[in-house]
Design a protein around this ligand. Structure first.
Ligand code: QAP
Ligand code: CO
Length: 179
């Protein structure tokens, strides 16, 4: 299953994702395909809607202290809910669905999250640091929210201008490599 990442301004990214009710082989196939897409695109987090599935599924794969990514660090969250949050932090975020753009975003410093694993078992995780930020970013995707939706009016306007310019240049370079 080869999947492409849905990119802004595709309207699908605004969809609200639905609860997962069946923890079957089909779900496992989707999770494995999401992992391949995330790794081959150099991502550390991915929500199902980013590959076109409006299901409450997200992956997290935070690099270790040597900046190495490994499958051992993979966290699969299904139907996640933040049950507690604490403090504030700012981090320069990016998103596979908004390529080449990074901006400072405010998040909770710590979160406690209830979720289900691929077999439907209930889990809880207490997260801080980059994992906490990534969880909040990915849960926003499940609610149809992108990190650029959290920018001030002026920063959002600046983003739209830069992004349009970037898309235009991308189009030109694509056309000029056509034979
Ligand atoms: C979400 O983001 C996130 O623009 C995951 O050209 C963001 O994996 C978690 C990426 C901030 C924690 C902190 C972005 C790759 C990857 C790009 C990503 C790009 C190539 C973003
Ligand atoms: Co994202």
């Amino acid at each position: 299953m080869k999947l492409t990442i849905v990119e802004y301004p595709n309207k699908r990214l605004k969809e609200k994702s639905k609860l997962v009710e069946k923890f079957d082989g089909e779900l496992h196939k989707l999770l494995d395909a999401m992992y391949e897409s995330m790794i081959s695109s150099s991502g550390i987090g991915l929500a199902a809607i980013q590959i076109g599935y409006a299901k409450q599924i997200l992956l997290l794969n935070i690099p270790d202290e040597n900046d190495a990514q490994s499958r051992d660090a993979l966290i699969e969250m299904i139907n996640p809910v933040i049950i507690e949050s604490l403090g504030e932090t700012i981090y320069q975020e990016g998103c596979l669905s908004v390529p080449s753009f990074y901006e400072d975003i405010n998040r909770f410093e710590k979160v406690s999250v209830n979720y289900q694993d691929r077999d439907g078992n209930t889990k809880n995780i207490e997260a801080d640091g980059l994992l906490s930020i990534a969880i909040q970013h990915e849960i926003d995707h499940l609610n149809g929210i992108l990190f650029i939706d959290k920018l001030s009016y002026s920063r959002r306007k600046k983003f739209e201008k830069e992004y349009k310019k970037m898309l235009k240049e991308k189009k030109i370079s694509k056309n000029s490599t056509k034979e």
